[in-house]
Ligand binder design. Structure first.
Ligand code: DAH
Length: 343
């Protein structure tokens, strides 16, 4: 007969000493496993004399039951201890300040575009976008830009094939809208990206943004253009701003004007921003050329109107005092955060 009492106390001691769930599991395998010590005892049954078999069997069974109970008890204790330690390490300090989730910011060009759209929607304009790849027809031909004009040169514009190019100005959208809406009245602004074959530097970019404006109706006075642009200048650059028209030339407008705004930095006295003149050139505009109207399907003796083209980068650079156009496109989060403050 093995010494069952000795075995029991050995088991009790070993289980008592187990200090982790892994160690406890090792003990379970060592004693209760299929090839464990208790299973070995069971196997010895064969060689036990017949009259002792009963006593032997009961003793082994008892050890097995007790060891299982010991195992369960110790397992619960170790699990409870592990949970307690986990909870202690996860204690929440409610007095700590909250963590701010990181968020992106809108690019200042998007902000200006949205501000301009709101401004013109408030004046009853519709916002229309167009394709960035356009036919030569809408970019140039319909805009009354002759075949020998430098803009039509491969050196200046990004052609995809002889008939298609990346639009060089949002005036291409204007020409499409005119054709689609003729002979009806129109009041739209058309924002979007435009492309030119330019070397990038502080003031040039091969891709930039414009917003085209177009109003067509019966007897639209040129003073409406002046009033509209004055409203735009005051909303964007301050209530005291004045505007002035200077004669200019664009093939799609007749007469054409270049529009200056009184300098918002010095109030018109003269400073580096306005190069000492008190005025800043801000956009091109004019009365839509009757030839353009006729090509699109309007009767230019009955309908007329005006158009303007705003450079979105130019407005943003002037408004925010940005000195390099490349800042808009490098996606430096520190730059974007300066304009779109959400916190
Ligand atoms: N398309 C001109 C450009 O890209 C801008 C422009 C000037 C648009 C006068 C107009 C306009 O609609 O009337 O430089």
């Amino acid at each position: 007969m093995p010494n069952f009492e000795e075995l029991k106390s050995e088991i009790a001691k070993r289980f008592d000493e187990a200090d982790s769930l892994e160690a406890l599991n090792d003990l379970r395998i060592e004693y209760l496993g299929k090839k464990g010590k208790i299973a070995d005892l069971m196997k010895q049954m064969k060689s036990v004399p017949k009259e002792e078999k009963r006593e032997f069997g009961q003793a082994v069974n008892q050890i097995k039951t007790e060891t299982s109970a010991l195992f369960d008890e110790k397992k619960r204790a170790l699990e409870a201890k592990a949970l307690e330690e986990k909870l202690a390490s996860e204690t929440i300090d409610l007095t700590l300040p909250g963590r701010k989730p990181a968020h992106g910011n809108l690019n200042p060009l998007t902000l200006i575009e949205q501000e301009l759209e709101d401004l013109f929607i408030g004046l009853g304009y519709q916002v229309i976008e167009g394709d960035e790849v356009v036919d030569d027809l809408y970019c140039f031909e319909r805009a009354n830009i002759p075949k020998d004009h430098p803009a039509r040169d491969m050196q200046d514009s990004l052609y995809l094939d002889p008939e298609h190019l990346l639009r060089t100005h949002t005036t291409a959208i204007q020409m499409k809208v005119l054709e689609q809406d003729a002979p009806n009245p129109i009041k739209v602004v058309c924002p979007g990206k435009v492309y030119r074959r330019d070397d990038d530097d502080a003031t040039h970019s091969h891709q930039f943004m414009q917003m085209e404006g177009l109003v067509i109706g019966e007897h639209v006075p040129l003073s409406d253009l002046k009033g509209t642009l004055e409203f735009f200048a005051r909303k964007m650059f301050g209530e005291e701003r004045e505007i002035r028209f200077r004669p200019s030339f664009f093939p799609f407008t007749e007469p054409s004007v270049e529009v200056d705004v009184s300098c918002h930095m010095c109030g018109g006295k003269g400073c580096p921003t306005c190069k000492g003149t008190g005025w800043i050139e801000i956009l091109g505009a004019g009365e839509v050329n009757p030839k353009v109207l006729e090509m699109a399907g309007y009767d230019s003796t009955k309908m007329n109107g005006f158009a303007f083209g705003i450079g979105i980068e130019r407005v943003a650079m002037l408004k925010y005092g940005i000195d390099d156009i490349r800042h808009f496109y490098t996606n430096d989060q520190r730059f974007n955060e300066l304009f779109d403050r959400m916190d």
